[in-house]
Ligand binder design. Sequence first.
Ligand SMILES: Cc1cc2nc3c(=O)[nH]c(=O)nc-3n(C[C@H](O)[C@H](O)[C@H](O)COP(=O)(O)OP(=O)(O)OC[C@H]3O[C@@H](n4cnc5c(N)ncnc54)[C@H](O)[C@@H]3O)c2cc1C
Length: 395
Amino acid sequence: MNNVKSNLSNSRILVIGGGIGGLALALALQRRGMPVAVFERAPELGEVGAGVMLTPNATRALEHLGVLGEVEANATLPGLTTVRHFQTGEAMSSTDLGEAFTKQHGHRYYCVHRVDIHQALLKAVIKNDPQCVHTSHEFIDSMEIDGGVRAHFGNGKTVDGGLLVGCDGVRSVVRTKIGFQDGAKFTHNIAWRGLIPVEDLPVHQRGPEITIWSGPKRHVVEYTIRRGRIKNYVAIANSPAWEDEGWSKRSNIGAALREFEDWHQDVRAIIGATPVDRGYVWGLFDRDPLDHWSRGPLTLLGDAAHPMLPFLAQGAAMAIEDAIILARCLEKGSGVALALENYERLRLERTAWCQLQAREAGQLFQRVSKKSELDGDRAARAKQLYGYAADKVAL
Ligand SMILES: Cc1cc2nc3c(=O)[nH]c(=O)nc-3n(C[C@H](O)[C@H](O)[C@H](O)COP(=O)(O)OP(=O)(O)OC[C@H]3O[C@@H](n4cnc5c(N)ncnc54)[C@H](O)[C@@H]3O)c2cc1C
């Protein structure tokens, strides 16, 4: 499958995309003394995104990368997740995320702003090498050259390296260069998201815990970030069509309220409190799992390799885990081909499982499930997800 002869001792690893996956990989490589450069199409790496849940496997991975302290400084400790009935508000299932949970899984569960993870990684990468990140570099093509790969960018520049890693997200161009022509499929789910200063909400809605409101064909997830100062919510509903995808399409709060008009007043209070400039809407796209990610000196990582629906809160976690495992495989020094073979062997199954489980989790929350079903489902997944130690897994 992979007959590239490149030896990485004197050639850089080219990372395409400066999102969470790309920056985590750059940092994991730098920490192992390996040369790396990141190429990001955006003119600057700015303040985009909203809430992300950091499960213990992700927290552990950030600790290994040395940035957990920085992320924790702005994080919320939720302490509890409760699934509630969409109309009555009755608690149908609860999971304690406190001390016993932390002891069981080895690390804490946090709610954070995506930007805080991204900025912590960026700061650490630049501290190690101020020249590492190249913005305004949109990857358009690549060709195999003797001992490696040559990347072409939209600004006319070309760069050579020993390996090129596509960390370019759900619409990955690197993925198409590897030979996958599968388009991302619209799942008929759209998500309204909003960020609200907690003082704009009734006092009983300002707590740190995570609440999942479960209703037919719709569900809402809400929690606070930034040490409890900001309420983050995602309200998922069905939609026949969607033309756009992205993180910066402004939402119409009136339309969101109409969609949830028969829902509990606490849900409506949150949606209704969204400041006009802090509400967004996006379509949820999905792809089927792949059976390999690499061709010659090209491979994939994060959403480019395994985009997943957000219902398991594992998109960022899987990208960071990938980064640590890939860096560890490359560090072993037995050449790119073997490193990529090991990387796939260690990561394909787990990430494919997450992709499929994320689909199921969404369906579960959208059919007003029974308590036993909800409890059993969460406990089984938690065990498999949260105990994973990317820094320790045997290579
Ligand atoms: C702007 C943004 C905001 C997000 N906000 C949230 C959020 O609020 N909550 C949440 O749960 N998840 C969010 N996500 C998704 C989450 O961050 C990812 O699922 C997860 O972190 C996996 O990251 P990734 O690095 O694989 O992909 P991404 O985070 O999507 O990063 C991909 C990067 O590649 C760059 N890129 C794309 N194409 C090219 C190209 N041809 N050449 C060079 N660079 C390219 C993109 O600009 C982007 O910076 C967001 C993603 C983005 C891009």
